[in-house]
Design a binder for this molecule. Structure first.
Ligand SMILES: *Cc1c(COP(=O)(O)O)cnc(C)c1O
Length: 402
């Protein structure tokens, strides 16, 4: 019997009408462990102060905790220096920051940006806006029927015109795991910069920015057992120091006159205004929690549950699982043939099983699959085999009902 992590997450035991609520919407956001909840509470009860400019004890402590979190996050993703860690609002803000700061300085008329058919809207729209503004072109790596990227097509798309390749490590809609290192190597060969959207992988796979050698990487705290409204942008230090700031304001300046302002180096350069201090210490607690559990434990729980779900769903006639990738992580997307995903979600919800239905912020991918949306079950550390049984039973019952 392996260890159970359910006890660390108060919400994992939530009941509705006397029945435990099975939470299988982890790709949208994860539940929070007691350690994170307590850390945020402690901050608001006894540590509140602003950072980086205090003349008193609490401000010093706040700054010290804030910068210690930066070091811990740097360590967690194996960055060379804490200066490579910029705190943001989340994945979405991270991509917007790079599209604006890097994009406007380095991407121009006729240049090309490569994305993939698997992308989340937050890694499509900021690039599209940039491309429209500067006259650049978006190229898209298509998927094969298995859901894996067509890397032969990627080779054809790459050229000296490619300035950026921006892609996700794991698909939030299908659970497809991408070959991150290989995609980056090929981009580097034509001199393009790379951004990895690690929103789905950071809580499961080892993130190693030096091994991957990406230029930028983004993720959100709330998909990593941490709070909302906080995220991380990693960027190579030299590159971040060369780029213009994204937002202007307090805490990011070297000297201000009405004629001209000079800026601090990274990371302060990109952290204008009062930061989300509670979010940062909460994220720090989430990273510590994950490190104490170990990514190996997360992987072994998730692998077992995903396998049981795929096998169980395959035994149900009239049910279609989307994608059959080389490696599936965390997510199983399916449909009951002839039923609208939102009707299925509604009936599963009545049986106290929480899944996500719809396009999962991936409309171009849904178009490729030829469906309006899917039913998505996604797993995390605190899910159990009982949760998989509850899902399978609820799906069978739903099928009878429809
Ligand atoms: C959730 C998610 C995002 C967006 O994250 P936000 O926290 O909403 O900014 C982007 N990409 C992927 C792959 C995601 O799963």
């Amino acid at each position: 019997m392996s260890e159970s992590y359910e006890k660390d997450f108060p919400q994992a035991r939530l009941e509705r009408e006397g029945e435990r609520l099975v939470y299988l919407d982890n790709a949208a956001t994860t539940l929070k462990p007691r350690a994170v909840i307590d850390r945020i509470k402690a901050y608001y009860e006894s540590e509140v102060s602003n950072v980086h400019r205090g003349a008193h004890e609490l401000a010093d402590m706040g700054t010290s905790n804030y910068e210690s979190a930066r070091r811990n996050v740097a360590n967690f993703i194996n960055a060379k220096s804490p200066n490579e860690i910029v705190f943001t609002r989340g994945t979405t803000e991270g991509v917007n920051l790079v599209a604006n700061a890097f994009g406007r300085a380095n991407i121009g008329e006729g240049d090309e940006i490569i994305l993939t058919e698997l992308e989340h809207h937050s890694n499509i729209v900021p690039w599209q806006r940039l491309a429209e503004e500067v006259g650049a072109k978006i190229k898209v790596i298509p998927i094969l029927d298995s859901g894996d990227l067509d890397l032969a097509k990627y080779d054809e798309l790459l050229s000296p015109k490619t300035k950026m390749v921006s892609f996700l490590s794991i698909s939030n809609a299908l659970g497809v795991k991408n070959k991150v290192k290989q995609i980056i190597e090929k981009a580097k060969a034509v001199g393009a910069k790379t951004l990895v959207d690690a929103a789905q992988s950071v809580s499961t796979l080892k993130t190693d920015v030096q091994d991957w050698d990406c230029d930028f990487l983004v993720f959100s705290g709330h998909k990593l057992f941490g709070p909302n409204g906080i995220g991380v942008l990693y960027g190579k230090e030299q590159l971040l120091n060369e780029l213009p700031p994204y937002q202007g304001g307090g805490s990011m300046i070297d000297e201000v006159t009405f004629d001209k302002t000079t800026y601090l180096q990274t990371p302060q350069r990109y952290e204008a205004g009062t930061p989300n201090v509670a979010g940062v210490v909460g994220l720090d607690a989430a990273v510590s929690y994950l490190q104490s559990v170990g990514l190996d434990s997360v992987q072994s729980v998730e692998e077992k549950l995903v396998k049981a779900t795929v096998e169980g769903l395959r035994d149900i006639p009239g049910l279609r699982i989307f994608a059959d990738p080389e490696e599936r992580v965390n997510v199983v997307s399916f449909e009951i043939e002839g039923a609208h995903p939102s009707d299925v979600g509604h009936l599963l919800n009545q049986q106290k099983v929480a899944v996500r239905t719809g396009h999962h912020c991936c409309q171009p991918l849904m178009k490729r699959l030829g469906v309006p949306g899917t039913v998505r079950a996604s797993f995390s550390l605190y899910n159990t085999e009982e949760d998989v049984d509850r899902l399978l039973r609820a799906v069978k019952k739903t099928k009878e009902f429809l």
